[in-house]
Structure formats: structure tokens, C-alpha cells
Write a protein that binds this ligand. Structure first.
Ligand code: PHE
Length: 464
């Protein structure tokens, strides 16, 4: 077994680390998945369980993942089986970890595929392809594209090659550098687009007779009417997992490159706050309000009901084309999605690269290329064999259920097997803030119980 601890990568700077962590968390989930989940689950009624899940699941699990990762890093481990084995000296730990490694690969396949659509659509937008197309034409354009012709495969290959290239350069020179460029661009684009939607589409009602302000009201006015419905709670928790990237080992993998006494509590909080700003403030202000202004609340909900792709790849270009500088706005929207996507997909690949490097002494480049080839083959196989329903299936089983299940494994190992005292000490080592002790109870009891309850609820709801 190679001893990688001598040559381990490290983050170059704290700001770079936080940008990379935020890049990991801020992704397609913030700008495509969140609006759809919010609209499908009643808008304001989704936000109540969403914030409860953020406080009781998301932020605590963010700290758990950072804690597990930095602890594993001390043993030279940046991959899930190794990190779990460092917490629990039992053969079962490694096997649980292997389960955890399968989830990011599955998500990586569909995630990079959608990422490649964003790249393609950014190019199409700026080159004026969408000029004067009707909604029906836009929908059939997407359907054609999705059927996986040469163009779609070409953009998929290019997207994977860019991912592989970044990953091959390592933590500081690859991932951190990408985040330092990608994150500011992404935020800039998002702020401009949110501003455009708010001002341009609030000044006068759109084709749906409604305005962006009606869309904001739909999402943000708290509504308690659907709180008795398990599916709303499950969807909210699922979104929190996905958007914060918890339950996949990617945050842990990043945290394993921290130094022993680097702060993790404040940095973890900063990462969560950045993600939530991108999601709730910016993600919430772009797609749904734009769709509401054009198609009314009922129309927007119907669009969201048909999935994230309709909203992101049909409705949004239609909205932007109707505005001055439409081609450029469309380019910004898809560029934003691309940067959001790629700073997350490189994170999904990180635990795997670490696994081969640390366990087999492999070099980064060949593993990265092999992984790229695997994702390409699996992606194409899916496109050929299944229709695009596979995206929803995988998103449900790996991207929602899998994350929650693995998060349960993590919190139980960290808080119970590793013991609350050790976990608390690990979290506070080098920390810039101290957590109120009540969080120890939250981490030990509330978070695992909440997760357990969700699984129970899910099983019951699924059975009836
Ligand atoms: N958080 C990312 C998003 O919102 C997705 C992701 C999940 C990335 C899990 C890494 C790990 O799009």
C-alpha cells in the first residue's frame, strides 16, 4: 500500500478552500433542482420544512463531513472507505465506505451529462440559434438534442475532457484554481440575471398576465397548508442533501486536505451560507419568477412538473429571447449552469481519485482519464438504452435516497461509534468559533433521529 501521507495535496489558501467547498455545494441543484422542487411542493409551503431540514440536517451534517474528512486526512485518507475505517476499526467500515463510493459515480454520470447540455446551450445561445423560436420549437429542439446525436455526444466528450483536465492538475492547481475563477463568474452572472428578471419582468406583466413579483410571492410567502404531507418534508430534506452535497463523501474528501488545526466550524458554516445565498436568494429569484411572469403561477407549476429540463432549457431561453440582449442573457444563464456544474462534478470525482492514489499509488492523470472514459461509456449506454427517464430515476435513488442513507451512516459512525466526546473535540480543534453545547445534542440525537424518521415516513408513504 502506498503511503500517500507524505505527498498529500493541500489547499493553497483559506479563501481558495472556501471557494472550492462552495463550488462543490453550489451546483445545478441550486439553479435547476431547487426551483422545480419548490414549485412542485407548493412554493411557500416547501420553504418551511426546507429551513427546518437546513438547520437540523444540512448544517450539522456539513460539520460531520468536514470532521470525518479532516480526521481521515491525518491518516492520509481522502476517500470514504479509508475515512470511515479511521473512525471505526472494524472491517465493516470499509464495506460501508465502498457503498458510499458508488453513489458519487452514479450521480457523476447523469450530472456531467446535464452539465454538457449547459455548455452546448451556452454556445447555441450566444450564436443566436434560439432567435425567434416558438415554445414548441424550443421543446422539440431540446428533445432532438436529448436523443443523443453527434452534437450531444461531442459536447459530452468536451465536458468530460475539461473535468479530467482540471482533476489531473490536483487540488491546489486544478480544483482550487477552477473555483477561484468559476465561483466569482457564477455569482456575477447570477446576480445580473436575478436583477434582470426582477426589474424587467416586474415592470410590466408578462404573457401570463403575472409578474416576477408574483413568482417571488409564490415561493417566499410561508404557507403551512401542506405541512401534513410527508412528501413535502421528504422533498425538502432531499433538496437539502443534494444542494449542500452532504452524504456523498465529497465534502469529506475536500476536508481531508485541511491541515490538522485548520478551522472547520466557521468554514463549514461559510460554505453552507454561500450555498444558501446562491440557492434561496439567487436560484429562487431567477427561474420560477421568470416562468411565473411568462406563464402565470399555474403555468409555471405545470412546467416545473415536467422536470428541471423544461424549465431550464426550454422556458428560460424563451424568456431571455424576449428581452433585449436575449442571446447574451441566455449565454449567461447556461454559462452560470456550466460553472455551477463543473465545480461540483470535479468534487464528485475527488474521492475516487484519492482512493486509487492512496490505496494503489496510482498517478492522478491515468485515473482521471479512466474515470472520464467510464463516465462517457456509462452515459452513452444510458442514452442508447433508456430514454431520459433515467435521469429522474438516478436522481431519486442515488441523488436523494442514496445521499440520505449514506448521511445516516456517517453521522452514526462519527457521533456514536467514534463517540460524542471525540467528535466534539475533533470539530473544535483549531476552530474559530465554539458551538453552543446544544449542538452536541442535535448532532448526537436530533440529526440521526430526524433521518431515521424520514426513512420510516418514506417507507410508509411508499407502501401506501
Ligand atoms: N451540491 C451539488 C448541487 O447542488 C450536487 C452535489 C451533490 C455535488 C453531492 C457533490 C456531491 O448541484
Amino acid at each position: 500500500m502506498a503511503d500517500a501521507s507524505q505527498t498529500r495535496d493541500a489547499w493553497g489558501s483559506r479563501i481558495g478552500l472556501i471557494l472550492a467547498m462552495a463550488g462543490n455545494a453550489v451546483g445545478l441543484g441550486n439553479f435547476l433542482r431547487f426551483p422545480v422542487q419548490a414549485a412542485e411542493n407548493g412554493g411557500g409551503s416547501f420553504m418551511v420544512p426546507y429551513f427546518i431540514a437546513l438547520l437540523l440536517l444540512g448544517i450539522p451534517l456539513m460539520w460531520v463531513e468536514w470532521g470525518i474528512g479532516r480526521h481521515g486526512g491525518r491518516y492520509g485518507k481522502g476517500h470514504v472507505p479509508g475515512m470511515l475505517a479511521a473512525l471505526w476499526r472494524h472491517p465493516a467500515a470499509k464495506y460501508l465506505g465502498v457503498m458510499g463510493m458508488a453513489i458519487p459515480i452514479i450521480v457523476l454520470i447523469y450530472y456531467t451529462y446535464i452539465e454538457s447540455w449547459s455548455l452546448a446551450y451556452a454556445v447555441f445561445s450566444i450564436s443566436g440559434t434560439f432567435q425567434d423560436r416558438s415554445p414548441d420549437e424550443m421543446a422539440s429542439f431540446l428533445a432532438d438534442y436529448q436523443s443523443g446525436g453527434a452534437l450531444a455526444i461531442g459536447f459530452f466528450v468536451v465536458t468530460l475532457a475539461i473535468n479530467v483536465w482540471v482533476i489531473s492538475k490536483g487540488i491546489e492547481h486544478g480544483i482550487e484554481r477552477l473555483a477561484k475563477i468559476g465561483m466569482p463568474v457564477l455569482f456575477l452572472f447570477a446576480v445580473v440575471l436575478a436583477g434582470v428578471v426582477l426589474f424587467a419582468l416586474t415592470a410590466q406583466p408578462g404573457a401570463g398576465g403575472a409578474t416576477a413579483a408574483d413568482g417571488l410571492e409564490f415561493i417566499y410567502s410561508p404557507d403551512f397548508s401542506l405541512l401534513g404531507s410527508p412528501s413535502v418534508w421528504l422533498a425538502a430534506a432531499g433538496q437539502i442533501f443534494f444542494t449542500l452535497s452532504v452524504g456523498m463523501g465529497t465534502l469529506s474528501a475536500y476536508a481531508s486536505y485541511l491541515k490538522k488545526d485548520d478551522d472547520l466550524l466557521l468554514s463549514g458554516l461559510a460554505t453552507s451560507a454561500t450555498n444558501e445565498t446562491a440557492e434561496v436568494v439567487l436560484g429562487g429569484t431567477i427561474a420560477i419568477p421568470a416562468a411565473v411572469a411568462f406563464f402565470g403561477v399555474t403555468g409555471a407549476v405545470a412546467i416545473a412538473g415536467e422536470g428541471a429540463f423544461n424549465l431550464g432549457f426550454v422556458t428560460m431561453p424563451i424568456v431571455f429571447q424576449s428581452l433585449p440582449l436575449g442571446a447574451f442573457l441566455g449565454f449567461m444563464w447556461f454559462g452560470l449552469l456550466f460553472f455551477a456544474g463543473i465545480t461540483s462534478s470535479v468534487a464528485m470525482a475527488t474521492p475516487l481519485i484519492a482512493f486509487f492514489r492512496e490505496e494503489f499509488g496510482a498517478r492522478r492523470e491515468p485515473v482521471a482519464w479512466a474515470l472520464g472514459g467510464l463516465v462517457l461509456a456509462a452515459g452513452l449506454l444510458h442514452v442508447a438504452l433508456l430514454d431520459r427517464g433515467f435521469l429522474d430515476e438516478w436522481d431519486y435513488w442515488a441523488g436523494t435516497f442514496g445521499l440520505a442513507l449514506f448521511a445516516l451512516v456517517e453521522v452514526v459512525l462519527f457521533m456514536w461509534v467514534f463517540k460524542p466526546e471525540n467528535a466534539w473535540r475533533e470539530l473544535h480543534e483549531g476552530a474559530d468559533i465554539r458551538l453552543p453545547r446544544v449542538f452536541k445534542l442535535v448532532l448526537t440525537y436530533v440529526t440521526p433521529a430526524y433521518l431515521g424518521l424520514l426513512f420510516l415516513w418514506w417507507a410508509v408513504a411508499d407502501a401506501v
